[in-house]
Design a protein around this ligand. Structure first.
Ligand SMILES: [Zn+2]
Ligand SMILES: [Zn+2]
Length: 350
């Protein structure tokens, strides 16, 4: 099969790689019909990856058809159209059985909690992908949900929903969403569905702010974003900030921008091992702070229902559909934020 492999910083290529095989009696092999490129793939592309491996397939967002399953797999059968969630758990422990795969008791190496981070669990920007513990890590996809929506539901939409959920958005809240990539745009939608009165949208790029306005957000402009957020909220700041970038500057903005008793929820992937938080200010402010990685499987039942009903619109964030053979150009464009890029889908058949 063909696969998009990581060779080193700013160097990816679509090449012939070995077809995946069943890992064990719990596994499955899926033929990928559509794959997505995630913002966290860019961390690897830009040389801030999670391991020193090279030569492995990237990607952790896929929709496809089941080709083969191991003999212990009972709820998934060949021929099924499935979503492959980006988060990976086992099918044995209690948290995973409840969908809380990020809390798996049997995962000794966190690099195995997502596809395409290292050679041990190759990614799905490829013709096929090997799936461990298929009972947990494959989800049958209703026919009403398109491949394109399914790709967003594999990671970005559940991550946004999880971030919004952990911020405990209450009816009538004003919510700032910081970072308007695909996760941020899904966070705008999530906050409004959860009852936010207003969503204030923060991003350096005007075209990203424009996309958020189409989804119902108010754009925040100007050099002093904290002051603009205050000015938009009668001087007090929003009740909630959802941070979907992962840099120190954007996390700090979120912490400073929220009002007294505010809630900050970070879902941007952070690499910092020593973030300085002003404890006295946080305490006086009665700040609530949440950070984590989403268990996609846990959020999916809710999001599939909202998508099927037409209330959540994952397709709205898609900007490009390209053949897998253009994968290297796609990464280059995504990294450079060119051509109004938001979400890129790849077609492995082309
Ligand atoms: Zn991702
Ligand atoms: Zn587990």
């Amino acid at each position: 099969m063909r696969g998009l492999i990581y060779r080193g910083p700013y160097n990816v290529a679509v090449v012939d790689v070995a077809d995946p095989v069943l890992r064990d009696e719990f596994g499955a092999v899926v033929r990928v019909s559509t794959a997505g490129i995630c913002g966290s793939d860019l961390h690897i592309y830009e040389g801030h990856g999670f391991s020193d491996d090279t030569g492995f397939c990237l990607g952790h967002e896929a929709v496809g058809e089941v080709m083969a399953v191991g003999e212990r797999v009972t709820n998934i059968t060949p021929g099924m159209r499935v979503l492959v969630p980006g988060s990976v758990g086992c099918s044995l422990c209690r948290p995973c059985r409840a969908g809380r795969v990020a809390r798996c008791h049997n995962n000794s190496n966190w690099l195995n909690s997502c596809y395409g981070l290292h050679a041990g669990l190759p990614g799905s920007q490829a013709g096929m992908v090997a799936v461990p513990h298929a009972e947990t890590n494959l989800v049958p996809l209703p026919f009403e949900v398109s491949d394109a929506a399914g790709i967003l539901l594999a990671d970005n939409a559940p991550t946004a929903w999880y971030g919004a959920r952990r911020a405990r958005i209450a009816y009538g809240d004003t919510v700032a969403v910081i970072g308007l990539g695909p996760v941020g745009l899904m966070a705008v939608q999530s906050a409004l569905i959860m009852g936010a009165a207003r969503v204030l949208a923060v991003d350096l790029l005007p075209e990203r702010r424009e996309r958020s306005v189409e989804l119902g957000a108010e754009p925040i402009e100007g050099d002093d974003v904290k002051a603009a957020l205050r000015a938009a909220t009668g001087g007090r700041g929003p009740e909630v900030a959802i941070e979907a970038v992962g840099t120190d500057a954007t996390i700090e903005l979120a912490l400073k921008a929220v009002r007294l008793g505010g809630r900050v929820s970070v879902v941007g992937v952070s690499h910092n091992r020593a973030f300085p938080m002003h404890m006295q200010v946080a305490q006086v402010k009665e700040l609530e702070f949440a950070i984590g990685l989403c268990s996609v499987q846990y959020e999916l039942p809710t999001l599939l229902a909202l998508t099927t009903a037409g209330r959540l619109r994952p397709e709205a964030v898609i900007s490009h559909r390209l053949p897998l053979s253009d994968g290297a150009e796609a990464y280059k464009m995504f990294a450079a934020r060119e051509d109004g890029v938001s979400k890129i889908l790849l077609d492995p058949d082309r």
